[in-house]
Design a protein around this ligand. Structure first.
Ligand SMILES: [Fe+2]
Length: 277
């Protein structure tokens, strides 16, 4: 199989060089999942996937996540493709896209299990900002002391959509259905391979059974820890680039860009099958 994997930093990230046809060869999906487990986030420069090709590739990795509940910007170009844009003509609830400029994991406040893999194509880029940053929380967790790890492993966190956009809108300004979205997850998730990762982000509202301020201090300090250069990479997009990442291990965020920048990304997701534990 003609595929070249070039690590970006010692603890995370890789640039993958292969052509589109290779990505549909038997065995590629298993191979790339292995690379993903190891590197967390993969960038395929200038792949130029069409929506249909991206959906077909998504389907090789597992069941596709269907956007069924009228998420603004979903199903615009093709069914199950979510358009990420600040353009209010496309997405009249763009506060969630503003919210994606803070560290987060996708779909964490939903009642359905979060996506294991997120896939993204760059259709139009911002002249300034708009890069995507990734943080490997498994590497960040492993670098903590055993005492700290043991303390964190006992904690559970309530994640809410209102918390995810708290810097942008207050809870009572949100659509009531989204304002009520919340879900509890363990702070430390044990991956199928036994490695541990953090379920964390701007949607982490409070720690169960702990004073809210004390809990948020733990959450904020962990987010700062995960932001250290050795745990993070930043991808500067070129139109046509494609990326995929392990959504339950990696945090991601966009570098701020202007509302009229024209930045437009197409996202697909593999559906989650099990609750995190
Ligand atoms: Fe996201």
């Amino acid at each position: 199989m003609d595929i070249k994997v070039e690590p970006i930093k010692p603890l995370l990230g890789a640039v993958v060089r292969c052509d589109k046809a290779t990505m549909f060869e038997p065995g590629f999906a298993e191979k790339i999942k292995e690379v993903l487990r190891d590197r967390g986030a993969l960038v395929f420069p200038q792949l130029n996937f069409t929506d249909q090709e991206q959906l077909a590739f998504t389907d090789t990795l597992g069941d596709r996540l269907n956007f069924t509940n009228n998420v603004p910007g979903s199903d615009l170009s093709a069914k199950d493709v979510y358009t990420i844009t600040l353009d209010k003509d496309v997405n009249n609830e763009n506060e969630y896209v503003w919210g994606s400029m803070y560290w987060h994991q996708d779909g964490i406040t939903s009642a359905i299990p979060p996506s294991p893999i997120t896939l993204l194509s760059c259709k139009s880029k911002a002249e300034q900002g708009g890069q995507t940053e990734f943080s490997n929380t498994a590497a960040a967790f492993e670098a903590l002391s055993p005492e700290e790890q043991a303390k964190l492993e006992k904690l559970r966190v309530i994640h809410t959509t209102a918390a995810a956009v708290r810097e942008i809108k207050s809870r009572d300004q949100l659509n009531p259905q989204r304002a009520s979205m919340e879900h509890e997850h363990p702070l430390v998730w044990t991956r199928p391979d036994g490695r541990k990762a953090l379920i964390l982000g701007c949607h982490a509202d409070y720690i169960v059974g702990m004073d809210k301020v004390a809990g948020r201090l733990i959450i904020n300090r962990l987010l700062e820890w995960c932001s250290r250069p050795e745990f993070t990479i930043r991808h500067q997009w070129t139109v046509g680039d494609f990326a995929m990442w392990d959504n339950c291990t990696m945090l991601h965020r966009a570098v701020p860009y202007a509302e009229d920048s024209g930045r437009r990304m197409h996202r697909t997701s593999v559906a989650g099958a099990v609750e995190l534990a």
